[in-house]
Ligand binder design. Structure first.
Ligand code: ADP
Ligand code: ZN
Length: 605
């Protein structure tokens, strides 16, 4: 941009000094003119007021001015046969030259005004003076009316952040004990799941000020502005410590460096660096907790996730049935509701709804009642509003179809059952068919102890369990109907098998030899060829065979487990569709072929 302006300036500079209405003329003095006339060099003369323009016999142009009105001049000229003409001297000539010399100035001022306006618009009402100041909004501690009871359906996330409240209440106490409290927390989850709400609730519970700012507020077209704003924001927050800084959409500044292109990249990097510098200034940030929210932690710059920065991640996923009914219960407190209202029924019919969608639903239902002139909101209002919202959500494909739900339930059950039948495998903590990130469902295993080294048996149980999901789909829907949902599972299983063969010396044929360059198995492509390593094509072929062999054996083991326990697969699918999330105790019931108990907290309804 700056180059463009410089070019413009140069262009107008040339323009204003260049009179292109007549050819360039040389200024000479009057005596030279008379001299040339006498010599017979002058061919044509034109009088414009006191100015004389003349052309000599070589067609060169000259200007001069008469010092006085020489009455003899015309006679001399006539005698020399010089063509004489005259022109009325008029103001406009002067005016044009004024305009020509002023146009560039005016244009420059125009451009300047344009950019200042841009800055003004992007800085907000406080105008250009705010340039470089941060745009965070502060809620004073007594302005925050939200506490933990307003956030429902994400108990785990709530539990994870609860210690922050204690810390914010008395930062020094923690310091004395030597307790380490994370300064940076990354809340990961889809929009509307209550990340902002939860962050505010922490501030509300701890009674500390709450700063909110969006990552996109730091993204400016001028290099250095974002960084200045970050500095300003932290300086400001330090004055109010202990406090919480909440950065929404952190991905707009924290995107992996080097992944972007074109304009704005340098600016973003500077902003990000400033953020890292501020977060590393640990001691001086005492009592400040930075909570950042994102939908995509996978695109964040790894530097942001290092220890001492956003090293604690809290997942806030879409609520399951139970979560949805709890959220509904929070929101219906604000409206008069009929006695027959059953949050569980509405929750069952709203899979895929986020907390924000549910808040919207309650609001719509209330409007429905108002339209009918009723004072009490009833079930029918909810049903009608629900259908309306679902139609909107379907367009954005946020709603899971019944088939998708069922196949996800089978897939996840497959993982769980295979995992359960391998004694070496980590115990299952819980399993859900609520989408998280790009995965449709999640099975969470909890390692019993810290893993420093893993046995061959355990690795094999992992591979088998990873294929469990895919195999369950295959058994139920047939080979032709398996989905692509298992791509991550396949990737992970293959990676384990490859490492077993090439790194960990766990292949019978190849023995304990390192067949890979350091870290190459972690890189984007796992393909090891003889070319980029120093072993023969033959060895490369055996490596591939061995990997395939390990995968095949465990695939077959997993398939046998599922075929032998098909009844459990079906009943687990049913339980998952009913409860969406099931825990370890319920899973044990299912594996023991007993009646499934209700999940924890379910009785609170
Ligand atoms: P996010 O920051 O994750 O995009 P918000 O916190 O801004 O979502 O949520 C928007 C609104 O949706 C909240 O103000 C609240 O009314 C409602 N909401 C979202 N999640 C929940 C929840 N878990 N419990 C209660 N209300 C919620
Ligand atoms: Zn899977």
């Amino acid at each position: 941009m700056s180059i463009g302006i410089i070019l413009l300036i140069i262009f107008f500079f040339i323009l204003s000094n260049f009179n292109f209405f007549s050819p360039p003329a040389e200024n000479v003095d009057y005596s030279t003119f008379i001299h040339k006339v006498v010599k017979g060099d002058v061919k044509q003369v034109k009088f414009i007021g006191e100015k004389i323009e003349f052309i000599d016999i070589f067609k060169r142009y000259y200007n001069t001015y008469t010092p006085y009105n020489d009455p003899n001049l015309v006679n001399i000229l006539l005698k020399k046969n010089i063509i004489i003409s005259g022109e009325k001297y008029h103001e406009s000539h002067f005016l044009t030259s004024v305009i020509i010399s002023w146009v560039p100035m005016i244009l420059l001022i125009g451009i300047w005004i344009f950019f200042m306006r841009q800055i003004y618009l992007s800085t907000g009402k406080d105008g250009a003076m705010m340039f470089g100041k941060n745009k965070s909004r502060m809620l004073e501690k007594n302005e925050i009316k939200i506490n933990f009871s307003d956030v429902a359906g994400c108990d785990e996330a709530k539990e994870e952040v609860s210690e922050l409240v204690e810390y914010l209440k008395e930062p020094n106490k923690f310091k004395k004990i030597g307790g380490k409290i994370p300064q940076g927390i990354l809340m990961v989850g889809p929009p509307g799941t209550g990340k902002t709400l939860l962050a505010q609730a922490i501030a509300g519970e701890a009674k500390v000020p709450f700063f909110t700012v969006s990552g996109s507020d730091f993204v400016e077209m001028f290099v250095g502005v974002g960084a200045a704003r970050v500095r300003d924001m932290f300086a400001n927050a330090r004055k109010f410590s202990p406090c919480i800084i909440f950065i929404d959409e952190i991905d707009s500044i924290g995107r992996n460096r080097g992944s972007g292109f074109g304009h704005g990249n340098e600016e973003r990097e500077q902003t990000l660096n400033q953020m890292l510098v501020e977060m590393d200034g640990f001691e001086s940030n005492k009592g400040i907790i930075i909570i950042a929210a994102t939908n995509r932690q996978d695109i964040l710059d790894p530097a942001l996730l290092r220890p001492g920065r956003f090293d604690r991640q809290v997942f806030v996923s879409l609520p399951d049935v139970l979560g949805r009914s709890q959220i509904l219960k929070v929101h219906i407190k604000k409206i008069p509701i009929s006695k027959d209202f059953d949050p569980l029924i509405i929750a069952r019919g709203t899979p895929g709804f986020s907390g924000a969608d549910l808040a919207h639903l309650v609001n719509e239902a209330a409007l429905c009642a108002v339209r009918d002139n009723r004072k009490i909101v009833n079930m029918l209002d909810f049903e009608r509003s629900k259908d309306k919202i679902i139609m909107g959500l379907e367009k954005t494909s946020k709603i899971m179809s019944d088939f998708q739900k069922e196949s996800t339930a089978y897939h996840e059950s497959g993982h769980v059952i295979v995992g359960k039948f391998f004694p070496e495998h980590d115990p299952v903590h819980k399993v859900t068919i609520i989408p998280r990130g790009s995965a449709l469902g999640v099975t969470v295993f909890l390692p019993k102890e810290d893993i420093f080294s893993v046995s061959k048996k355990k690795l094999e149980s992992k591979i088998a369990t990873l294929y469990g999901g895919r195999i369950a789909e295959e058994i139920i829907y047939g080979w032709d109907n398996v989905s692509t949902g298992a791509s991550k599972d396949i990737e992970m299983a293959t990676k384990i098998a490859r490492n077993m063969v090439t790194k960990w010396g766990l292949s019978d044929k190849l023995g304990p030899v390192l067949y890979t360059k350091k870290n190459s198995a972690d890189s984007e492509s796992y393909k090891i060829t003889a070319k980029n390593n120093n072993f023969s094509e033959e060895t490369a072929r055996i490596i591939d065979e061995e990997i395939k062999h390990i995968v095949d054996i465990n695939y077959r083991k997993a398939k046998k487990i599922l075929q032998d326990n098909l009844d459990i697969l079906h009943s687990m699918k049913d339980a998952l569709i009913k409860y969406e999330t099931i825990d370890a105790l319920q899973i044990n019931d299912l594996i023991d072929r007993k009646k499934v108990r209700k999940p924890k907290n379910w009785s609170s309804l």
